[in-house]
Ligand binder design. Structure first.
Ligand SMILES: [Zn+2]
Length: 541
């Protein structure tokens, strides 16, 4: 007999182990080149906010640029006295990581370089992907992203508007950032009791739905694994454009592929016979539950209706629209949350958490990633840079001539450059690769591209499926990101990333499929030298 009770499967895992804090303008008032402990003034609410993090078990560190040391404006002992005063007022920090250099020194630690974040994470016994960096200027959050950490910008009056626009995550001040860090952590922690009665063992057969393209399916991977940790069997429903990714997701036992005309960007007319056929296939699954994953502008309700018609007794989804009796669990998520966490929070609300040995990162089936000699013969030895000029949505691709210049600049800097693309992008890849790369257009399916990316130093790509594929194999991404959708939701997740492109372009937040601005300025203006510099930051040596 099914009874309410503790949910089987994983308890979920923590998103973050540690919070790394900038000093001046974030923890304390920014007194330029301060060597005097008497001038240390904590910002409002900071002590209480830090104590909330400490109480939640998060480790704390400070990462701070102090070029006053290099300039001889204060001594090391004066700085130590300032830091002692900060700890006296704000409590202990597990590590202090200070860059004493100036920009001209070209060190690897001065933010926006990621060195301080790497070092502080290691000091605290964790890795950058499990850290949040909080700071008041662009350098802080750019360093965070380059290390693969989350970054929260807490702007002050001196923070530049473009830095605010480029940030993945902003909060009004440190206390607000702490509130959101703890809220995001709680949101992916599964409810101890399922929202409906469940039997003591696994939760039977669960249908998970993620329509749309490859990237959409990949970012839902952690949530699918969470469901799989508690279910006996997982059946994933996807559209044709996402099928190749569905086949790569761990935890999926069966895939049902069907066009979903309320999601597809170029939808076919709704065919009643086809829809009845889909209902029949769903009914044949005999599912006990269904979880419908969507992006924030997609409605789960048509699929919920079909699942009801197929006899599925429990249906969960995120829906701002009134669902009537279509949903048993109507979950809500504020805007701006990364898509993988948004999906994980729905799974958590339905009582599903990642298995203890799992991590909230994108992943692929390990068997799909084994190197194949026929492919490595084409790519040559590992250590190349991959440039992927195409995009599933035209507004998210930089112009081909700009990509050609990027390839030429990377080749001049000594990189071996592989240019990848789908079968329908061979004209584009040939044109781009002619500038100094190897044209691999049409040579690999999605699984093959994943294997190519596994052996790459880094990937240069727009906001499109392969960016998430790189994240899923742990390869850093130079993201040529059109601001048509929010960077905070669609950035490559938990992998070292440098964002390029104009975040303030007029196409911002339009969700345009084709760039509405003449000349496509958000991406056409990217300087190839910035791409070369980004590759140097992400893949040094
Ligand atoms: Zn330094």
């Amino acid at each position: 007999m099914a009874q309410p009770g503790r949910t089987p499967g994983g308890d979920g895992v923590t998103l973050f182990d540690a919070v790394l804090l900038d000093r001046d303008g974030t923890l304390v008032e920014d007194v330029p080149f301060n060597g005097d402990p008497e001038k240390v003034r904590p910002l409002p609410g900071v002590r209480a906010a830090l104590d909330r993090l400490r109480a939640a078990g998060l480790r704390l560190g400070v990462v701070t640029n102090q070029s006053g040391v290099a300039r001889g404006l204060f001594s090391g002992s004066q700085m130590a006295a300032v830091h002692a005063r900060v700890e006296q007022l704000l409590g202990p920090f597990g590590t202090w990581r200070v860059c004493p250099h100036e920009d001209a020194d070209g060190c690897g630690c001065r933010k926006p370089a990621p060195g301080l974040v790497w070092a502080a994470a290691a000091d605290l016994g964790t890795v950058p992907a499990r850290c949040v960096v909080v700071g008041d200027i662009g350098r802080d959050v750019v360093a965070a992203a380059a290390a693969g950490a989350a970054g929260v910008l807490v702007p002050t009056a001196v923070t530049r508007a473009e830095e605010v626009a480029a940030a993945a995550w902003t909060a009004v001040d440190l206390p607000a950032a702490v509130e959101e860090i703890l809220r995001r952590q709680a949101a992916v922690t599964p409810a101890a009791v399922a929202p409906w009665p469940v039997s003591g063992g696994g939760r039977g057969t669960v249908v998970v739905v993620r329509a749309d393209s490859v990237g959409d399916v990949l970012v839902t991977g952690p949530a699918v694994r969470a469901v799989a940790a508690g279910a006996d069997r997982v059946v994933l429903v996807c559209g044709p454009r996402g099928r190749a990714a569905a086949d790569l997701l761990p935890g999926v036992d069966e895939v049902i592929e069907h066009p979903l005309p309320w999601i597809d960007p170029v939808p076919a007319p709704v065919d009643p016979v086809e829809m009845r056929g889909l209902v029949g296939r769903l009914a044949a699954v005999g599912a006990d539950e269904a979880v419908i994953f969507t992006s924030f502008h997609q409605s789960p309700l048509p699929m919920a209706l079909l699942l009801r018609m197929a006899g599925v007794p429990r249906v969960a989804a995120i829906s701002d629209d009134y669902p009537g009796s279509l949903l048993d669990l109507r979950h809500r998520v504020p805007p701006g949350v990364p898509e993988p966490e948004r999906a994980l929070s729905l799974a958590a609300a339905a009582g599903y958490g990642l298995a203890p040995e799992d991590q909230p990162t994108l992943r692929l089936r390990p068997d799909a990633l084994a190197p194949r000699p026929d492919e490595t013969a084409v790519t040559g030895p590992e250590g190349y840079v991959v440039v992927h000029p195409g995009a599933s949505v035209p507004a998210r691709a930089a112009p081909a001539p700009r990509y050609a210049e990027i390839v030429a600049a990377l080749a001049s800097a000594g990189h071996r450059v592989l240019v990848t693309g789908g079968r329908d992008e061979r004209e584009l890849t040939a044109r781009v690769a002619a500038a100094g790369g190897v044209d691999l257009g049409g040579r690999f399916n999605l699984a093959g591209l994943a294997r190519v990316l596994t052996r790459a130093r880094c990937l240069v790509v727009g906001n499109t499926g392969p960016a998430h594929l790189a994240a899923a194999v742990g390869t850093p991404v130079v993201s040529l990101f059109a601001p048509t959708v929010p960077f905070g939701q669609w950035a490559p997740y938990r992998v070292p990333t440098v964002r390029l492109g104009d975040p303030t372009a007029p196409c911002r937040d339009t969700r345009a499929a084709t760039c509405p601005v003449p000349g496509h300025p958000c991406l056409a203006g990217i300087d190839p030298a910035d791409v070369v510099a980004a590759v140097r930051v992400l893949a040094p040596g």
